[in-house]
Ligand binder design. Structure first.
Ligand code: DQA
Length: 148
């Protein structure tokens, strides 16, 4: 199994970016922890970060046929991007939406996600654990999609 992990805009700045909200963990540290967990779970994992909506859409399309599940933190595109939602719906890849912060405890404009309606599920508010739980959930989602 291969799980694709996508990080959206501004997540390359983790560690420096609003540490009171997102903590001090860097994206490299998150990816290393995910790689360790992936080994434990017996799955391959591929990472991608972009600040550009079109690149994120392209990556999701390109993963069709090579990846069995997607973990995505769409960043601010969560709240704006019909294109990302359509890409996920079009590929039909089991998708877990993750957020470091609890988007429902923050500003009202963050309470709506365009992604959640096409995701297998959403994990929000657990910091780096959101990603680790997300990877476990993605493996589970891929296995249950396989059984259908
Ligand atoms: C985020 C939450 C979004 O509202 C925000 O725009 C981000 C990060 C999170 O991980 O908590 O960039 O997705």
């Amino acid at each position: 199994m291969n799980v694709l992990v996508i990080h959206g805009p501004n997540l390359n700045l983790l560690g420096k970016r609003e540490p009171d909200i997102y903590g001090t963990v860097t994206l490299e540290e998150i990816n290393s922890r995910l790689a360790l967990l992936a080994r434990e779970l017996g799955t391959d994992v591929t990472f991608f970060q972009s600040n550009h909506e079109g690149e994120l859409v392209q990556k999701i399309q390109d993963a069709m046929g090579t990846c069995q599940a997607l973990v995505i933190n769409p960043g601010a595109y969560t709240h704006t991007s019909i294109a990302l939602r359509d890409a996920i719906a079009s590929t039909g890849m089991p998708t877990v939406e993750v957020h470091l912060s609890n988007i429902y405890r923050r500003e009202e404009f963050r309470h709506h996600s365009y992604i959640s309606g096409v995701a297998f599920g959403q994990i929000t508010g657990f910091g780096i654990e959101s990603y680790l739980l997300g990877l476990r959930a993605a493996v589970h989602a891929a296995l249950s999609a396989n059984k259908k």
